[in-house]
Ligand binder design. Structure first.
Ligand code: SAH
Length: 404
């Protein structure tokens, strides 16, 4: 069957020539051939020159996602198999030390819209675009073949599927039903993961290295806001914190966090779990004049896309301002944003604004990002979704004048 041809508007080939894998609807002049979701199209410049092969998403603003920039490469089961094998091979060294890791990270692995997390003997898959939806069964077969893992569970229930016109889907893709809870070990700590009902694929494995870093620096009183199942809290306790106050709005997550604490034989007296809206809880702590030696702020995605940036910026500023006030002089703040719509640069500016308004002088100790099994392609900066700052509060200063 002859593939369809997508012809771009004059001048709209530039981002593709730089290697960016997305084609927006506004760039498309014509589509000749089949319009079925997920089918392969040959993308051509206005002058007819070959640019790429891509998967069609007829209902999305991102109208096509590139499979290959190589004209000689056909997009078939063999191609899918090679891409999956390559992504897994890239993580072989890491798998030797961590049994919970991301095996496929979308665009950065040449598989746009596909996320695969491995939890030891279970794979959890998120299919978030029409192209990978079309190749769903060959993808599952390749995953089983190259990992030797038989049990594959699908958690394609992220909001972004709506934008592709795809309904949410959760269920077994291969092998057996996953257990209600499975156990993983991260940095020497045991965590129960609920892949069926937990957030994302069940665990935020992207924060593995940052949790280890918090463990290295933990001491005194620690505050962990947006704690989920206690990843940072347990890392801090194991690392030497005296006491950790952890806040999350999900009772389910907190219940699992308390179980995780017990499974690691850490004293419940050193941990306090509070089910609350962090925005309110931070204000209460400020009103009580509480002080902490280390604070973690790891909120959910406030800005899924660039359209939400302004509102998100206010929310980030608010929690960071409060966090910096609650920090003792010499204390450390680990602050994160996982919003695709907020660049690392912008995030740093927002936090700098919060520090200025809080009247706090800080030092940037380190810039933080997702662990290396979540790589970023330089051609696709949008993939740099998780960014963080490790800051030290070094003093106070007068609040900037001229401020509202
Ligand atoms: N730091 C965690 C991951 C955080 S994910 C880890 O290392 O595993 C974001 C968390 O924020 C989720 O657990 C979610 O339940 C929680 N959350 C979302 N909105 C919240 C709010 N307004 N107040 C408190 N927690 C919130």
């Amino acid at each position: 069957m002859k593939p369809s041809t997508m012809t771009l508007q004059p001048g709209k080939e530039k981002s593709l020539l730089r290697g960016h894998p997305w084609i927006f609807s506004g760039a498309v002049a014509r589509l000749d051939g089949i319009h079925e979701p997920g089918t392969t199209v040959v993308v051509r410049a206005a002058n007819g020159a070959f640019l790429a092969t891509a998967a069609l998403s007829p209902d999305s603003q991102i109208r096509a996602r590139v499979w290959s920039f190589d004209e000689g490469e056909s997009i078939d089961e063999g191609f899918i198999d090679k891409r999956i094998a390559r992504a897994i091979a890239r993580r072989a060294a890491l798998f030797a030390s961590s049994r919970a890791l991301r095996l496929v990270h979308g665009e950065a692995d040449g598989l746009p819209g596909l996320i695969v997390d491995r939890y030891d003997s279970l794979l959890v898959v998120q299919i978030l675009a029409s192209g990978v939806e079309y190749w769903r069964l060959p993808i599952v077969a390749a995953l089983v073949r190259h990992t030797g893992v038989n049990d594959v569970f699908e958690r394609s229930d992220a909001d972004v599927r709506d934008k592709e016109g795809l309904a949410a889907r959760v269920g077994v893709l291969a092998g057996a039903q996953p257990p209600a809870q499975l156990e993983i070990v991260e940095n020497g700590l045991r965590f129960a993961v609920d892949v069926r009902h937990g957030q994302k694929t069940g665990f935020f494995i992207d924060q593995r290295d940052n949790r280890a870093l918090v463990g290295e620096h933990a001491r005194g009183a620690v505050l962990n806001c947006f704690c989920y199942t206690g990843g940072f809290s347990l890392a801090a306790l194991k690392g030497g914190a005296e006491h950790v106050l952890s806040i999350d709005s999900s009772e389910q997550a907190l219940a699992l966090a308390a179980e995780n604490l017990a499974a690691n034989h850490l004293s419940p007296e050193r941990a306090q779990w509070r089910c609350a809206d962090a925005f309110l809880a931070l204000r209460e702590l400020r009103n009580e004049a509480r002080q902490f030696d280390l604070i973690i702020l790891d909120p959910p995605k406030f800005a899924p896309t660039a359209a939400h940036v302004e509102k998100a910026a206010r929310a980030y500023k608010d929690i960071n301002l409060l966090g910096l006030k609650l920090l003792r002089e010499g204390g450390l703040l680990f602050t994160f944003s996982c919003s695709g719509g907020v660049s690392p640069d912008l995030f740093q500016k927002i936090v700098a604004g919060a520090a200025a308004d809080a009247g706090v002088e800080t030092q940037l100790m380190r810039r933080l990002s997702a662990a290396s099994d979540h790589p970023v392609s330089l051609d696709f900066p949008e993939g740099d979704y998780l960014k963080g700052l490790m800051l030290r509060k070094v003093g106070s200063r007068s609040v900037r004048s001229g401020r509202q």
